[in-house]
Design a protein around this ligand. Structure first.
Ligand SMILES: Nc1ncnc2c1ncn2[C@@H]1O[C@H](COP(=O)(O)OP(=O)(O)OP(=O)(O)O)[C@@H](O)[C@H]1O
Ligand SMILES: [Mg+2]
Length: 490
């Protein structure tokens, strides 16, 4: 295939107008030169006719009287006429009786050339141009009464006229080239003026496409391009407005997602709190009876303290999860965050006979993250893992330092479950909002988690085999604080 050269709009407009202009100017120049040439030839023809008419008056009487001497004088006089190259007088039989240079050998001979032949036979004035020799031939019969006495033939040198014509042509061409160059400048100016607003629109479209929604064309014109520009600006305004609305709805959805997770937790948590309370109550009831028993007192103290601490811990976790998420990036210990979430979900896990294993990496660096948001992500993914298991099962939560491409460091949270797994076809959809395979699922957990992790400069990887379970890897970048890019979300 022949590669197509991409021409800009300006160049295309310029080239087409310039081409048309060149054709028009070229034709005009050609016609001017041609008409000038014809005019010069016509003038020359008129001069030749006048000259031959005058000569006829002088030639007729001596030719009638056969006065060769006078004829020769007349012919020699013709020499003084401007531009005359040769002059002949011939008799009725066509024989030359007087000529310009008086060459004897030509006298009484007959013209052999084609024009000469015609001149002898013709009863009218003939004019002909011999371009090759550069001669204008004119002939006229000399008639007295009804008798044709002979004729005159004059040859005019056309070279001076051709020279003049050449000069006229050169002048016309020079003027045309000048006008053409000047015209090119004007065309270039017009092409630039015509295409500038379109270029402005293109720039604006690119800027908006790159996400600069504030950019406006700002073209004030009363023509179609002006309406296009103002429609474009209005469109950009509307997109900006929609973007704002979309962000607001996303925030609302996030909040709703937190609340729905919270609802699921509360039921399990109530159960978890009631168990230690029952234990403490039982001990408290027995306390008056067994107060003197030091062993009972010690174990009461140990059990009560442990259970109360446990309840406190759970309530704190719950509270911090329920609090609305205010963007707050600070150096956080990932293990601590994941531990908090595992603790609140353990109740539900135990009920379902699911074992949660912690394999937390030691000495992990603190990373700059929004604690509440990362809690929400861990919560969503661990909950999904628990929900994927029918009957007994295992969920393994690990953390580690992970280096990608020998340079980028991430803290990796791995959540592996022994659940149903994700079919290959679903894998590409699980991060889409509202994609769910659960009866009462909202399908928002993973899409929100994905967004949060992405805003932290991280990414999520999923591996799964149907029937064997699924593994989610959350990778959060370890970067110096000045390179953090977490975006704020009210
Ligand atoms: N660990 C997992 N094992 C198997 N399937 C999973 C797992 N995690 C996610 N999925 C699949 O991905 C889908 C989407 O998950 P997501 O968390 O986004 O929504 P949901 O859990 O269905 O509903 P919600 O979290 O809003 O209550 C789930 O419906 C499920 O089919
Ligand atoms: Mg979910």
């Amino acid at each position: 295939m022949v590669p197509r050269i991409k021409l800009g709009l300006k160049l295309r407009v310029f080239l087409s107008v310039a081409l048309f202009y060149l054709a028009a100017l070229g034709t005009l120049t050609y016609l001017t030169i041609r008409s000038q040439k014809n005019l010069l030839l016509e003038q020359m023809g008129d001069r030749a006719r006048t000259a031959i008419n005058l000569m006829e008056l002088s030639v007729a009487p001596p030719l009638y009287k056969w006065d060769i001497r006078t004829l020769r004088i007349v012919v020699v006089e013709a020499k003084s006429l401007r531009g005359v190259e040769y002059a002949y007088v011939f008799n009725a039989e066509g024989r030359i009786v007087a000529d310009f240079h008086e060459m004897e050998e030509e006298l009484f001979s007959v013209f052999t050339d084609e024009f000469g032949q015609r001149a002898i036979k013709s009863d009218e004035t003939l004019v002909d141009v011999d371009h090759k020799k550069g001669i204008l031939d004119v002939s006229k019969p000399v008639i007295l009464g009804h008798e044709k006495l002979g004729g005159i033939r004059l040859g005019f040198d056309l070279k001076p006229m051709f020279d003049e014509m050449k000069q006229v042509t050169v002048k016309a061409l020079l003027i045309s080239v000048g006008i053409f160059l000047l015209g090119l400048l004007v065309i270039f100016g017009i092409a630039s003026r015509m295409t500038r607003p379109i270029e402005q629109l293109t720039v604006a479209a690119k800027r908006i496409e790159q996400g600069d929604l504030q950019y406006r064309v700002g073209l004030k014109r009363s023509d179609e391009i002006g309406s296009l520009a103002s429609a474009f600006d209005q469109m950009a305004e509307r997109i900006m407005h929609r973007e704002g609305e979309l962000k607001q709805s996303q925030d609302l959805i996030r909040r709703a997602d937190r609340l729905s997770s919270l609802g699921m937790l509360t039921a399990g948590l109530a159960h978890e709190i009631r168990n230690p309370l029952v234990a403490i109550r039982t001990f408290t009831q027995l306390l008056p009876e067994r107060y003197q028993d030091p062993e009972f007192r010690n174990s009461f103290q140990a059990v009560a303290l442990k259970e109360v601490d446990r309840i406190c811990g759970l309530v704190n976790d719950l509270l911090s999860f329920a609090r609305p998420s205010i963007p707050n990036v600070s150096a956080e210990d990932v293990n601590e965050i994941v531990e908090g979430i595992v603790r609140i979900l353990e109740t539900e896990a135990k009920e379902k006979e699911i074992q949660i294993y912690r394999r937390f990496g030691a000495h992990l660096p603190k990373i700059f993250i929004d604690k509440e948001q990362i809690k929400q992500v861990s919560m969503n993914i661990i909950l999904n893992a628990l929900q994927s298991i029918e009957g007994r099962g295992v969920v393994e939560v690990s953390t580690r330092l992970f280096t990608k491409n020998h340079s980028d460091q991430y803290i990796q949270i791995e959540i592996r479950d022994s659940g149903a797994g994700i079919p290959g076809g679903d894998l590409e959809n699980i991060f889409n909002p509202f994609f769910t395979t659960k009866k009462d699922g909202g399908g928002l957990g993973l899409s929100i988690s994905h967004q949060i992790v992405q805003e932290h400069g991280g990414y999520i990887v999923v591996e799964s085999q149907v029937g064997k379970g699924a593994t989610f890897f959350l990778n959060l970048p370890v970067r110096p604080p000045n390179q953090q890019e977490v975006k704020d979300h009210p």
